[in-house]
Design a protein around this ligand. Structure first.
Ligand code: SAM
Length: 239
């Protein structure tokens, strides 16, 4: 797909889904898509290879979180993979500091290449697990917004995310349809880590696929014993 076609499709999708369109930002998203698809020939970082689908399922979907960023100064994206939602959000929020983390090194190599080639500032990509970085006092309880898409169930990601959120800040979890049971099952965990469910924003992207944005407000500090190590948040989520 040439740049002009990309801009036209992206603009239409932005209008349909209530996302601000910007020509410069569209160019940067286009470059990041080309880089990811090029990398994808060597290392598998995304299952979405069709460019129209890429625009909707990666870019438009990621940008649904942009409205939560308001006055944020520091944002963390956990389990970012090829940079979703972190990279599109960074492109839309030039002055906000972003940290993107992933447990798989090859994904971080791809992210670093995108950061370098797009000349993005105020962003770092780290190869580390959330449970390990969550113990680091330079990162713990220091983010206004923490995001995740497609990382794990809500109880598990609450343990990954909430230790990083400042009191008063938000964890925004991108979930698909039928998340009601998951939400119920995670209530206790969210409370234990110092959070409270604020809102479930239900969107129908392109009147076709459902996106639920679960926002959790950090009400009090997280006990130092969380996040637990040795894979416990995933193997034995708090219920
Ligand atoms: N968020 C991206 C997206 O929606 O396209 C990637 C989703 S992918 C299904 C899940 C990613 O989470 C993987 O890249 C995996 O390595 C990462 N991940 C899983 N558990 C993690 C943890 N505890 N800490 C950091 N990254 C983790």
């Amino acid at each position: 797909m040439e740049l002009k076609e990309f801009q036209d499709i992206f603009e239409q999708e932005c209008v349909k889904n209530g996302i601000e369109y910007n020509f410069e930002k569209a160019n940067m998203l286009y470059q990041s898509m080309k880089l990811i698809l090029e990398w994808n020939e060597k290392v598998n970082v995304t299952a979405i290879k069709d460019e129209k689908e890429f625009i909707v399922k990666h870019f438009i979907d990621s940008l649904t979180v942009n409205s939560f960023l308001g006055n944020a100064k520091r944002v963390l994206d956990i389990g970012t993979g090829a940079g979703f939602p972190g990279i599109p959000l960074k492109i839309y929020q030039e002055n906000v500091e972003f940290t993107l983390i992933d447990a798989v090194n090859k994904k971080v190599t791809v992210l670093q290449d995108i950061i370098d080639k797009l000349n993005l500032r105020k962003i770092e990509a780290l190869h580390i697990r959330a449970e390990d970085l969550g113990k680091d006092e330079n990162y713990r309880e220091s983010f206004d917004i923490v995001t995740t898409r497609a990382v794990s169930n809500l109880a598990t990601i609450s343990e990954y995310m909430l230790p990083f959120v400042k009191v008063g800040g938000l964890a925004v979890c991108m979930k698909g349809p039928n998340m009601e049971d998951e939400l119920k099952e995670a209530k206790k965990a969210i409370e234990v880590f110092g959070g409270e469910i604020e809102e479930v924003k239900k969107l129908l992207i392109n009147e076709e696929f459902e996106r639920n944005l679960i926002s959790i407000r950090k009400k009090k500090r997280t006990d130092e014993k969380y996040p637990r190590g040795q894979g416990k948040p995933a193997k034995e989520p708090i219920r």
